[in-house]
Design a protein around this ligand. Structure first.
Ligand SMILES: Cc1cc2nc3c(=O)[nH]c(=O)nc-3n(C[C@H](O)[C@H](O)[C@H](O)COP(=O)(O)OP(=O)(O)OC[C@H]3O[C@@H](n4cnc5c(N)ncnc54)[C@H](O)[C@@H]3O)c2cc1C
Length: 528
């Protein structure tokens, strides 16, 4: 049995106590657990995980591949980048092999038109852009520069104080692009970028959050690029679930309770800031089994959308409830297809496709919005891609698979129609995740999000959504896990608290972000 498919699991007793209860066995929760135990091995820690595996949004699977055997691919989080120092440090510590994303060759774009257009890095810029009208090029360059400047102005640790933040909070990404675009090409580019980053259409997401998310990774180039320091430049040989598996081994599997779902958190003394918390936990295999765990501190290392399914007693403060209710998970449908040969490379293609999916036919949206070469560390040919989910989530799996392969063939040739193996996953259907890669803020909720990292009494919040560097990424999950662990250590009076990890923690007396909009007449008049 491979480690990623452990089916034996520990059972919680009907009542248990601990110092820290960690909810969520993804990278963030396991990072918190490891950090707590590294700093204070005497702490009694329990980690509950609703799924039958650790790793959460990272999931490494095996597929049949060229040469007759199998190899590993990631159907969840996959790429890492040089500037993602938290996850890169972990990769180094665990001696994981890091290798480059393949990007050589011609790329396909289908934006503002139903036809695919090629971009050949070996040709001159003039040659490449001759497919587009001068209006499209100027429109794109002007807006890209403008967007870059706005992103630079955002303060991720103090979002409400960023220039024009209140205005950006009120609009969606789509509204910004429509306001600034003179061509359909630019509107489509905004859609494809948003879908590429979040898996949802640009009308579903707050423009302020879009800016914060990108700024947390550096710049637009950093977040979109798959070369140099870009977010998608590097891959992890053997898969990214190894991060959680290695962390789990260090923490100790005896402390990890797979198949245990948090249902409810109750503060035992609502009037005390140091209250014990009682957690009601259901066994996912035998649903009649309920356990009560009493903890001094709880770390919630699950997405906000999943926090909204947990019952809290007493009721949550206004901003926390608002945040959990208005921060749904985005949604990728991700597929991987393995092949006998790198047929696309042989034709000079890099494997990259970025497409709106729209055609000349009314109501038609083709499945692909982005595709990349997914060759494994062992050199086994494969393609990985993401699908326009609004249309294709509804399709029957076989019809969707055939449509995806047909769309691949449209750009890369008919060889795409015959993969050796194929897998797809609609993350919106995944219990206890509810979508991916990350949660998204809906417009008008900036104030609630400004408090994302604020503990509530003895309950702390980790998870990549609470990061300040590389929010939504595996690296952000590590950073957030470290912060939450050090908040707990601080509260336990540990002398080994690392203040670097607490830089943007609400428990840091020096951290004083703006938490409300200034709605005074003076301010409003000056903005309108
Ligand atoms: C398809 C896809 C592609 C991605 N691509 C990339 C990429 O290329 N690079 C990158 O850096 N990141 C990528 N990501 C995002 C990355 O995987 C996440 O940022 C990261 O794994 C989040 O870790 P986490 O620990 O914060 O949360 P999670 O991994 O979501 O862990 C939370 C855990 O909590 C558990 N849980 C939820 N509710 C409960 C409950 N009530 N009781 C008990 N347990 C509960 C869940 O089952 C889950 O295991 C991608 C994600 C997906 C799915």
């Amino acid at each position: 049995m491979s480690e990623s498919n452990i089916i034996q699991y520990n059972n919680l007793l009907s009542t248990q106590t601990c110092d820290v209860l960690i909810v969520g066995g993804g990278i963030s929760g396991l990072t918190s657990a490891r950090e707590l135990l590294k700093t204070d091995p005497s702490l009694k820690i329990l980690i509950i995980e609703a799924k039958s595996r650790v790793g959460g949004r990272t999931h490494t699977i095996e597929l049949k591949c060229a040469g007759g055997g199998t190899d590993k691919w990631d159907i969840g989080g996959q790429w890492v980048g040089k500037t993602q120092t938290h996850i890169m440090d972990l990769a180094k510590e665990f001696n994981l092999e890091i290798y480059n994303q393949y990007t050589d060759g011609i790329k396909w774009f289908q934006l503002g038109t139903s036809e695919g257009k090629q971009y050949n890095p070996k040709h001159s810029e003039m040659d490449n852009i001759r497919h587009y009208s001068v209006f499209e090029i100027l429109d794109f360059l002007k807006s890209y520069e403008k967007l870059g400047k706005i992103i630079d102005s955002i303060n991720v640790k103090d979002i409400l104080s960023s220039p024009h933040a209140h205005e950006y909070d009120r609009i969606t990404v789509r509204e910004w692009f429509e306001k600034h675009a003179n061509t359909r090409f630019l509107v489509d580019a905004g859609e494809v970028i948003t879908k590429n980053l979040f898996g949802v259409t640009a009308s579903k997401i707050s423009f302020l959050y879009f800016l914060i998310y990108i700024r947390s990774g550096g710049s637009l180039d950093d977040i979109l690029d798959n070369t140099d320091a870009g977010a998608d430049a590097l891959k992890v040989g053997g898969g990214t679930q190894q991060f959680s598996l290695r962390l789990a081994s260090i923490v100790g599997w005896d402390k990890i309770y797979l198949n245990h779902i948090l249902l409810k958190l109750k503060l035992l003394n609502e009037n005390s800031d140091e209250t014990l918390v009682e957690a009601i936990i259901q066994n996912a295999v035998d649903e009649t089994k309920i356990s009560k765990v009493t903890a001094k501190r709880v770390i919630m290392a699950i997405p906000f959308g999943e926090c909204s399914r947990v019952r809290f007693h007493p009721a949550l403060p206004f901003d926390k409830k608002q945040l959990f209710d208005r921060f749904p998970q985005a949604n990728y449908i991700k597929f991987i297809a393995t092949y006998q040969t790198h047929f696309w490379r042989q034709k000079g293609f890099s494997g990259e496709i970025f497409a709106s999916g729209y055609s000349e036919n009314p109501m038609e949206t083709r499945p692909l919005h982005s595709v990349y070469d997914a060759t494994s560390k062992n050199g086994k040919p494969a393609l990985v891609g993401f699908v326009n989910n609004e249309t294709w989530s509804h399709a029957a799996p076989e019809a969707r698979k055939q449509a995806i392969l047909k769309d691949l063939a449209r750009f890369l040739g008919d060889e795409a129609l015959n993969p050796i193996d194929y897998i797809e996953k609609d993350w919106g259907q995944e219990m206890f995740t509810g979508g991916c890669p990350t949660g998204i803020l809906q417009a008008g909720n900036g104030e609630a999000y400004a408090r994302a990292r604020e503990p509530w009494k003895t309950i702390h919040f980790a998870g990549t959504e609470t990061a300040t560097v590389w929010i939504g990424y595996m690296s952000g999950a590590v950073q957030a896990g470290l912060r939450a662990a050090h908040e707990v250590l601080l509260k336990f009076g540990s002398r080994k608290v690392n203040w670097d990890h607490l830089e943007a923690s609400f428990l840091n007396p020096r951290y004083k972000p703006q938490l409300e909009w200034d709605n005074s007449y003076k301010k409003l008049n000056s903005k309108l």
